[in-house]
Design a protein around this ligand. Structure first.
Ligand code: NAD
Ligand code: UFG
Length: 337
């Protein structure tokens, strides 16, 4: 298929482009590089041994986006483009609603105009909100986010369900990601946030390189085995493979599919820290800090639906996720020297 990937130069998008190319699809990337670098596109081509088409545009630029559809026969869109920093979304809600919601609506209108009615959307476990019991199952209510970023995911899911109800010709997959970490085993692409990272593994990586002194562990008094927060960490390459499976499914089914992409296993902050120590070969300093506002004690996925409907299951272990993250980070550091 001819797949247009919005945000294809980003962390999850770049790994998904590699999987798509390796599975015989053609890829058109649309990215404004607000949170990624152009070199990533060259790296995708290097890994897959195949060229992609790149449009350096903003998805909110209707005329530019229309040209992409004019110049290509797009079969499906995988939609990653958007902002994702939870804390920033609390301070700058309009920035998030503007980019995530307006961007998606513009994209959908242009798709409709060109008769392209297949979308795979990057949703998040955050749509399950603070009240649902764990593990999260797709049938649970998803109408209570805790921050503007989370609300954009809840709202976009609803927009897509409404669109499908009104226009049954659409095929839509809402992929609810748990906590993607790791990097491509080649070490060529991975997660490379600007400034001080908000997320756990990018922060640990900077402690491992010596750029940051020690990890602040946000709370050790949760009702979890070691008191620290528990999440369902998933290797980004597994997550990327899930997109190819979802694309195959969407090509065969109309309507909306909601599916979790996680491993079904929870790991604590300290477990991840210790796995990273084994990967980088030295101890990493940490300090216990107060709980972070808005954090839940623990959540992980029920993965039954992904196995049954997509025939997809995560394969990589926590050790492998940390090994591949470190391999990428080390390589970046060496290149910068
Ligand atoms: P990322 O920031 O690395 O990738 C997003 C990409 O979209 C970037 O390359 C950015 O430059 C581009 N972009 C942003 N706004 C754009 C616009 N208006 N026009 C064109 N390009 C634009 O983020 P990621 O971690 O790869 O996440 C991808 C998607 O998955 C996001 O929608 C995110 O909300 C969702 N998601 C991520 C996580 C996670 O933990 N990383 C978890 C759940 C869901
Ligand atoms: N943590 C620390 N110290 C840090 C950073 C994080 O102890 O410096 C802890 C958190 O308290 C939490 C765990 O590590 O217990 C994971 O935190 P992350 O920030 O890495 O991830 P979250 O689970 O908070 O959120 C992530 C994404 C959200 C997404 C959610 C579910 O940031 O966008 O996963 O997919 F919605």
């Amino acid at each position: 298929m001819n797949v247009l990937v919005t945000g294809g130069a980003g962390f999850i998008g770049s790994h998904t482009c590699v999987e798509l190319l390796e599975n015989g699809h053609d890829v058109i990337i649309v990215d404004n590089f607000s949170n990624s670098k152009q070199i990533c596109v060259e790296r995708i081509e290097q890994i897959a041994g195949k060229k992609v088409q790149l449009y350096s545009i903003d998805i909110r630029d209707r005329a530019a986006l229309s040209r992409v559809f004019e110049e290509n026969s797009v079969d499906c869109v995988i939609h990653f483009a958007g902002y994702k920093a939870v804390g920033e979304s609390v301070k700058l809600p309009l920035k998030y609603y503007q980019n995530n919601i307006t961007g998606t609506i513009t994209l959908l209108e242009v798709m409709e105009q060109y008769g392209c009615r297949m979308m795979v959307f990057s949703s998040s476990a955050t749509v399950y909100g603070p009240e649902n019991p764990i593990p999260y199952v797709e049938t649970m209510k998803t109408n209570e986010a805790t921050n503007p970023y989370g609300w954009t995911k809840v709202m976009i899911e609803q927009i897509l369900r409404d669109l499908s109800a009104a226009q049954p010709a659409w095929s839509i997959a809402l992929l609810r990601y748990f906590n993607p970490i790791g990097a491509h085993p080649s070490g060529l692409i991975g997660e490379d946030p600007q400034g001080i990272p908000n997320n756990l593994v990018p922060y640990i990586a900077k402690v491992a390189t010596g750029e940051l002194e020690s990890l602040g562990v946000f709370g050790n008094d949760y009702d979890t085995p070691d008191g620290t927060g528990v999440r369902d960490y998933i290797h980004v390459v597994d997550l990327a493979a899930g997109h190819v499976k979802a694309l195959d499914y969407a090509a065969r089914h109309k309507g909306v599919l909601e599916v979790n992409l996680g491993t079904g296993r929870g790991s604590s902050v300290l477990e991840i820290l210790h796995a990273y120590e084994r990967a980088c070969g030295h101890e990493l300093a940490y300090q216990i800090k107060p709980r972070r506002a808005g954090d839940l004690p623990a959540f992980y996925a029920d993965t039954t639906k992904a196995k049954e409907l997509l025939g997809w299951e995560a394969r990589f272990t926590i050790e492998e996720m940390c090994r591949d993250s470190w391999n990428f980070v080390k390589r970046q550091m060496e290149e910068a020297e």
